[in-house]
Design a protein around this ligand. Structure first.
Ligand code: ZN
Length: 244
């Protein structure tokens, strides 16, 4: 089994809940699709949790790059920029050098890993059928795993070029067709935006026959308390419970 997680956003309670599921399900190898930091109150703790876990392949997200200062945050709204500044203030040199060493793409078996998309790894949101189709055609692997939208999604592309778009409703498993290739959007661990506030993770069986979207409840109030105590923007605190 391969685990796929994305957009942790410095939310340690959510990350621990997800790591607990991976442990309970015996999943050793995990892809982390970036945005480890940004928005949330515990960037350093999340980085340490990822570093100390064997079998974790992680890539860079746009918020990670913004905290590093290597990617402009000009496109971010004021709240996101404020969180970037707070995260940067709170990260130690070891945390910053971990982020600085992250690649913008990686491979894990037959999965190509990008935060946004193959052509614009840090910035593109794959939302439209045309963009998803182009992204799948841009990689050689059977699976393309992305995050960035915070909205879980599964799109199949069959040999005839037809797309099969599935929007998981909460926890849901899908059987995969042998001749099809797939885009898997792993949603978000630390700031879901599909209306379900529970942390999201994806499990892919090693034979590529099924993919399971898992949702796990975590202590949202704990993260919210920490954010308020550290002066994070209230809109970022409130949205965690709304899942938007
Ligand atoms: Zn994100």
């Amino acid at each position: 089994m391969i685990g796929v997680i994305s957009d942790i956003h410095a939310n340690l309670a959510a990350l621990q809940a997800v790591l607990g599921v991976l442990e309970a399900r015996g999943v050793r190898r995990v892809a982390c699709l970036g945005d480890i930091v940004g928005y949330g109150p515990q960037p350093g703790e999340c980085i340490r949790a990822l570093r100390s876990r064997a079998g974790m392949v992680a890539i860079l997200g746009n918020h990670d790059a913004a905290v590093l200062g290597t990617h402009g945050s000009a496109g971010f709204n004021g709240d996101a920029q404020a969180a970037v500044a707070l995260n940067r203030r709170d990260l130690d040199p070891a945390g910053l050098s971990y982020l600085a060493a992250l690649p913008q793409q990686a491979l894990l078996d037959d999965l190509a890993l990008f935060h946004g998309s193959p052509s614009r790894p840090l910035t593109e949101y794959l939302r439209t059928p045309g963009a998803v189709g182009a992204a799948l055609r841009a990689v050689d692997q059977r699976f393309l795993a992305v995050g960035h939208t915070h909205d879980p999604l599964l799109v199949g592309l069959d040999a005839a070029g037809a797309l099969d778009i599935r929007q998981p409703e909460g926890a849901q498993a899908f059987a995969l067709k042998p001749g099809s290739r797939y885009l898997i959007n792993a949603g978000a661990v630390g700031q879901p935006r599909d209306g379900d506030p529970r942390a999201c993770l994806v499990l892919l069986d090693p034979a590529g026959q099924s993919v399971e979207f898992v949702r796990v409840a975590y202590d949202i109030e704990d993260t919210q308390r920490r954010m308020r105590a550290l002066g994070y923007p209230e809109a970022l605190v409130v949205r965690l419970k709304a899942g938007r």
